[in-house]
Structures are given as structure tokens and as C-alpha cells.
Design a protein around this ligand. Structure first.
Ligand code: GCO
Length: 476
């Protein structure tokens, strides 16, 4: 009997983000983003690296399209740099024709090769001017109007050719890391204090609330004014890793759920269930967590046509600790018997554990009942930056990772019945890994930063082969 296959319209490819690949940060009228300034502050990024050159993709976009075409992907996920489109960011600020032209050419180039553009509006490069003008994501009224305006400019300019939109990429990272831990731009931690009176941090929760509201307004705009004519879909994409209890104690079982609440439920419960923030959050944070007005909740409810999922790993969860952005949950990769969950990646937060991928897909599908688009998933091989090109492209550990997750993906769709419609490997290229600079390499294509030459890794070949073999042919 015929081997079961994934549906013919399953979308697959690789993902990137503007600030991580483009470089040319002061070319063709681009304004500054919060990441330009932040990455240049002493001590904020590993080895003081910044995004000035990155993988030079603003100049090499044609070459990158060639690469995608050689791989034979169905789709490419990339993001639009807001400060290229509106250099000062605001609704009354001038639109930059050269910025529009760049993405327009990119989209045309992809379509000419039969590659579906999957476009993120916000992957963290907020125009610096908006941060200075009114505090960026901290100011609900202003950021909502400006984000909606930016989105409108994009729908007008590209919506005739783009049918897949993502509003905000990983709002958790923007709020918790950008305004809580302060490890990402704009690096705010100021209101986070651990005084005798306890935690007093409010900014991350305000930012998260504002992200949800601004996202929902953008979706409303798309649905009201563009969807019918342009025929596309739009949603948000959330980061979240699978959380398992460290052992079967009731506290640790509760801790694993709390960790899911604090990373995923924080955003997904209001968006997909139309409910308030998870109870476990309300309990810990009380009125530091904003309240939705009825109007806001009605707007946020159902404000995503699909579940955008970025996921990388699985964590073993234990009750305890006082890190409130983790819901006072401690995590480890070491099981009670001393064994590791899986291969350790270059970054401390990632181990290779494919069963967690399948479990997370099942959890999300059951709880939120929205078709899942895996918009990011990948692995950074330990010390890959110290290897020669010849060795780096034989990325056995990354191939092992993708073997596991693709098998989990197949099983989740064909055996468990989860509705999953897309998978994007992170990333097309090695690139600027935010605060971790360039030594952490997530690419399925090796980038030699001296020459900017690209070299396909075995993992790229593995993913391409998997999807070519496992996605059914289009009906004649
Ligand atoms: C994201 C991710 C990417 C990272 C990847 C590896 O927000 O989409 O943070 O930009 O490069 O997750 O850490």
C-alpha cells in the first residue's frame, strides 16, 4: 500500500529575519532600529558584534533567491524592516520608496521562481525614533496607530502578491527579554526590582498587552480592508518550547503547566480562547498584569487565522526559583537519573529532543484548535564557528535534530491527526544571533563571513529531501 504522505498543499521552506541578515543598515534611506543602537552599546552582544553587515542579504538578495530555488523550497519566510519602509516609523512620517522597492523586488524574484513569500511585519527592528518619541511598545495608543499604519503601507504595496502575513514574531521575547531581562533591545530592566516589597516589574506585562492589542488591530485592518480582495491570511507567531515535569511530584507537574502558561498561554489564551491571561499568571502577578477591556478582548479573540509556532527544545520543569518571567519555574536538561535529554547545542538553552516537538504540536492543536504553521525550528551545532567550512557543512548533529523533528511532524499529522500546514527551518543562513553575535550558527547554509560565500550544509539537503519525498504531488 502506498506510503502515506503529507497533504500536497503543505508549505515548507526556510526562515530568516531582516535585522539578522540584511546589513546595509544606513543604505537607501533606512532609518535606525532599536537593534542598531542596542547592539553598539558596550557589553550588550557577544564580542560587541552588530548587524551592520550580517550576511549582506540587502545586497545579495538575488543570490539568496538562487539558493532557495536550488534547494527547491516551496516557501521563504522573511521579515520586512519597518525602518526601511518608514525610516522614522510614525504614521505622519515619510514613506521610503527605496525600501518599498527592495521588498517588492524580493517578492517578485521569489514569485518568478515559484516560491511563496511568507512575510513577518515585526521581527524586532522597531524604528529607534518611535522608541525615543514615546517609548515604543510601552505606549499603547501610539504604537497601535503606528504599527497599523506601517502594516497598511505593506498591505498596499505588497498585498497583491503576498498571501501569508505574520504580525509580530515572538511577542514573549520582545516583552520578557527586551523589557524584563534586558538582554534584547531596547534593553530595559529599570522597573524590575526585587526589593523587600517583592517584584515590582510592570513593563514586560504592559508591553505584552500592547503587542496583543496592536496585533489585533492590524488583523482587523487586514480582514476589513484587504482580505477579500487580496485573498490572504494573517496571524501571530509565538515562541514556546515543550515543558515536561522533572518528576511525577504534583508540584513539578504544576510547574510544567505553569511554564507553558507563562510562555504560550500568556498570548495564546487571549488570542485563541478569548479568555483573560492564564490564572497562574494572574495569581502570581496580580494587578501588575493589565486587564483587558471588553472591547480589547473582543478584538483580540480570534485575531489569528492560524497558530504560528516557533519551537526549538524541551525543558524539564521544577517548582521554585524566583524568576517571574518563567513563572517561578526552574528548568534543566538533566533527568533525575543524571542522563541528558539530548544533544547539547551551542546555546545553553537548547537540547535535541524530538518527542517534545510531537507533544507540543498535540498540546497546541488540542488546546487551541487552530491550524498550526511551524514558522521556526532549528539547531545550532556546538562550536560550529571553530570548524573549517568543509567540516561545518557536514553538520551531523543538526541532521540528527531534523530527522527527529520531521519524524515527529509526520507522526503528529498522520497518526495523531493534528492540523499542521507548514514547516520552516530556522534558518536559511547562518546569521546575526542577536545578543549571541555570530558564533552561534543556526543556518542550514554555512556563511563564510570573510567572503559572504554561502555553502549548503547537509541539514539543508536533508530537509529538502524529506519534504520532496513526503509531501504529496499537486493534483493534476
Ligand atoms: C525569533 C528567533 C530567531 C532566533 C532563533 C534562534 O525570534 O524568531 O529568536 O530570531 O535566531 O530563535 O535563537
Amino acid at each position: 500500500d502506498a506510503k502515506k504522505q503529507l497533504p500536497h498543499d503543505f508549505i515548507w521552506g526556510f526562515a530568516t529575519a531582516s535585522f539578522q541578515i540584511e546589513g546595509s543598515t544606513d543604505v537607501d534611506g533606512r532609518g535606525k532600529s532599536i537593534w542598531d543602537d542596542f547592539s553598539k552599546l558596550p557589553g550588550k552582544t557577544l564580542d560587541g558584534k552588530d548587524g551592520d553587515v550580517a550576511t549582506d542579504s540587502y545586497q545579495r538578495w538575488k543570490e539568496d533567491i538562487e539558493l532557495l530555488a536550488e534547494y527547491g523550497v516551496k516557501s521563504y519566510r522573511f521579515s520586512i524592516a519597518w525602518p526601511r519602509i518608514i525610516p522614522l516609523g510614525g504614521r505622519n512620517d515619510p514613506v521610503n520608496a527605496k525600501g518599498i522597492k527592495f521588498y517588492s523586488n524580493l517578492i517578485d524574484g521569489l514569485l518568478a521562481k515559484g516560491i511563496i513569500p511568507f512575510v513577518t511585519l515585526y521581527h524586532w527592528d522597531l524604528p529607534q525614533a518611535l522608541h525615543e518619541r514615546y517609548g515604543g511598545w510601552l505606549n499603547k495608543e501610539e504604537i497601535t496607530q503606528d504599527f497599523v499604519h506601517f502594516a497598511k503601507v505593506c498591505f498596499e504595496a505588497f498585498g497583491d502578491r503576498v498571501q501569508n502575513w505574520l504580525t509580530i514574531n515572538e511577542p514573549w521575547c520582545v516583552s520578557a527579554i527586551g523589557y524584563g531581562y534586558g538582554r534584547f533591545a531596547p534593553g530595559r530592566t529599570s522597573e524590575r526590582s526585587r526589593s523587600a516589597e517583592g517584584d515590582s516589574s510592570t513593563e514586560p506585562y504592559i508591553v505584552a498587552h500592547n503587542e496583543l492589542v496592536a496585533h489585533a488591530h492590524v488583523v482587523k485592518l487586514y480582514r476589513d480592508q484587504y482580505k477579500r480582495q487580496q485573498g490572504g491570511q494573517i496571524g501571530i507567531t509565538l515562541n514556546g518550547d515543550w515543558c515536561m515535569p522533572y518528576d511525577d511530584s504534583p508540584e513539578n507537574i504544576a510547574a510544567a503547566q505553569r511554564s507553558l502558561d507563562f510562555h504560550i498561554g500568556w498570548y495564546a489564551d487571549p488570542v485563541y480562547l478569548g479568555t483573560d491571561y492564564p490564572e497562574s499568571m494572574r495569581k502570581l502577578l496580580r494587578d501588575r498584569l493589565p486587564r483587558f477591556t471588553d472591547e480589547e478582548l473582543a478584538l483580540v479573540k480570534g485575531s489569528s487565522d492560524f497558530y504560528g509556532m516557533n519551537t526549538y527544545t524541551t525543558k524539564l520543569c521544577m517548582d521554585g526559583g524566583n524568576d517571574e518571567f518563567q513563572g517561578n519555574v526552574k528548568t534543566t536538561f538533566t533527568r533525575p537519573d543524571g542522563t541528558q535529554l539530548g544533544n547539547q547545542a551551542h546555546c545553553s538553552w537548547l537540547q535535541d529532543y524530538a518527542p517534545g516537538f510531537r507533544a507540543l504540536l498535540n498540546y497546541l492543536w488540542k488546546r487551541y484548535q487552530s491550524p498550526i504553521y511551524v514558522t521556526e525550528n532549528g539547531f545550532a551545532v556546538k562550536d560550529e564557528h571553530t570548524k573549517s567550512v568543509e567540516d561545518a557543512i557536514k553538520d551531523t548533529e543538526r541532521v540528527h535534530y531534523f530527522k527527529g523533528v520531521t519524524a515527529s511532524l509526520r507522526a503528529a499529522i498522520l497518526e495523531d491527526g493534528c492540523d499542521i500546514r507548514a514547516y520552516f527551518g530556522w534558518s536559511l543562513l547562518d546569521n546575526f544571533e542577536w545578543a549571541d553575535g555570530y558564533t552561534t550558527r543556526f543556518g542550514c547554509t554555512y556563511v563564510d563571513y570573510e567572503t559572504q560565500k554561502r555553502y549548503p550544509k547537509d541539514s539543508a539537503k536533508f530537509l529538502v529531501k524529506f519534504f520532496k519525498e513526503n509531501v504529496a504531488a499537486a493534483p493534476a
